[in-house]
Design a protein around this ligand. Structure first.
Ligand SMILES: O=P(O)(O)OC[C@H]1O[C@H](O[C@H]2O[C@H](CO)[C@@H](O)[C@H](O)[C@H]2O)[C@H](O)[C@@H](O)[C@@H]1O
Length: 286
């Protein structure tokens, strides 16, 4: 990896500068938590083709031994994020944790196993109704929608449609109604509408992870609407005295995180550069 020593950016907010200072002061008590798609992995049209940015695993592996914990918190099934990210069996990532399905699943590198709750029967019921509903709306696969089977959730993607935003907008209300009918919630994301069980979000997942780790500071990086719950958790915890740094992996597709972030970087490449610069700064201070 090249030198990042002089490239550690300064957060634009006082709270973010405090968060970064606390992280650098006691890195061994810091938690670094990151989203996967759009943050560690560039966005691509086919979710199965997504891969971690080539610099992501080396940067995480360099940083992880220097901090209290590194966690990936993702809407993906944990096993899928581990596979697409290439996170398993990596020297330096022996204690990595991947919290999948917005925190409902947990994979840890020590055991290599995934812990999951029982499946919600509402997901199977909603899944069974989806193809007919999309056909009734003239929004089937022939119109560019694509159903992602996620096991504990089901998602409808519109990125491949001729007008992805228009299809997304047209599907939002009917899919919200379908979710409600089956006791699920609708999770909107980057040209994706996911129907998933209620009761867990990235804010709950991050808060639990911080408590379990005895964290004294946190860095959270995300790019999409599902990351706002984690942003809100960090904001709340800052009010309770836990310093935190909010990083936005910025894109032209999502604006909602930029104003809430202490630091905006240019997509996964910017996140990787930030992680590398952090590792160098921490190592240099030893
Ligand atoms: O929480 P995340 O790790 O950000 O996962 C959120 C969703 O990401 C995936 O969809 C997004 O990435 C795809 C691949 O780049 C892209 O094609 C799609 O348009 C994006 O929305 C994934 O497919 C979903 O299951 C995740 O929930």
């Amino acid at each position: 990896m090249g030198s990042h020593q002089d490239t550690l950016p300064t957060p634009v907010t006082a709270a973010g500068r405090d968060g970064l200072a606390a992280l650098l002061d006691r890195p061994e008590r810091a938690v670094i938590a990151l989203d996967f798609d759009g943050t560690l992995a560039p966005i691509v049209p086919d979710p199965e083709q997504a891969r971690a940015h080539p610099g992501a695993v080396p940067a995480l592996a360099a940083l992880a031994p220097l901090v209290g914990r590194v966690a990936v918190i993702t809407g993906r099934p944990a096993e899928v994020a581990v596979r697409l990210g290439g996170f398993g069996g990596v020297p330096g990532l022996e204690h990595l944790v991947v919290l999948g399905h917005y925190g409902a699943e947990r994979w840890d590198a020590v055991s290599g196993a995934v812990q999951s709750p029982p499946e919600d029967p509402g997901v199977a019921a909603a899944r069974a109704e989806l193809p007919a509903l999309l056909a009734d709306l003239d929004a089937g696969e022939d119109r560019g929608s694509w159903i992602e089977e996620k096991g504990r959730a089901v998602a409808v993607h519109t990125r491949r449609a001729a007008d992805p935003e228009a299809l997304f907008a047209a599907l939002r209300t009917p899919l919200a109604a379908l979710a409600t009918r089956h006791g699920l919630v609708l999770e909107p994301g980057r040209l994706v509408l996911e129907l998933r069980p209620a009761g867990m979000d990235k804010g709950v997942a991050l808060t639990d992870c911080l408590r379990e780790s005895g964290a004294e500071s946190v860095l959270y990086a995300g790019d999409d609407l599902g990351d706002l719950a984690a942003f809100a958790a960090v904001e709340r915890l800052r009010g309770e005295g836990l310093p935190g740094l909010l990083v936005c992996s910025a894109s032209a597709e999502v604006r909602e995180l930029t104003d809430r972030a202490d630091l905006a970087v240019d997509g996964p490449g910017g996140v990787v550069a930030l992680l590398g610069a952090l590792a160098e700064r921490v190592r240099g201070a030893r």
